[in-house]
Design a protein around this ligand. Structure first.
Ligand SMILES: [Cu+2]
Length: 153
């Protein structure tokens, strides 16, 4: 029996390790947003420019077209402004209520921007701050459009 003991210990450790890895697996996304070069007459865009999710929900941005990413530019206090890698899928789980404004780094002035509202009371948190963000180029108009449709979301 003594001979087998280390073997069992190894097996047990492997099992524990495997279950630990398993429990850290990323949850299925609540929502998928595509990063696109073109849709109808529009160029460089996210398939959903304004979405509302709940705390704990996960969004996956998928690189349907290459050369895009996600960069948070205005977020609730205490949240890290993450920046994803170009042409790679990016998943983010929203742990804090509020408004999140993000851009595609290479196309930030070409209208490739998006807003995520987390929870139901964003105006009390940081929406006013998000609204102050200054865009250039085509994104100015796009941002106005997004803010206008905010009332309907
Ligand atoms: Cu882009």
């Amino acid at each position: 029996m003594k001979f087998y003991l280390p073997f069992f210990v190894v097996i047990m450790m492997c099992t524990m390790l495997l279950s630990a890895v398993h429990s850290e697996e990323v949850a299925e996304p609540t929502l998928v947003i595509e990063m696109l070069n073109k849709r109808d007459k529009e160029r460089m865009l996210y398939s959903d420019e304004l979405v509302r999710v709940e705390v704990g929900d996960t969004i996956s941005w998928v690189p349907t077209s290459k050369g895009h990413n996600v960069q948070f530019v205005s977020v609730p206090e205490g949240v890290e402004k993450v920046k994803s890698k170009l042409s790679k899928e990016f998943s983010y789980t929203f742990e804090q209520e509020g408004a999140y404004l993000y851009v595609c780094t290479p196309h930030a002035s070409m209208g490739m921007i998006g807003v995520v509202i987390v929870g139901n009371t964003p105006s009390d948190i940081n929406l006013d701050e998000v609204k102050k963000y200054k865009f250039r180029g085509k994104s100015k108009k796009k941002f106005k459009k997004i803010l206008k449709s905010l009332e309907d979301v």
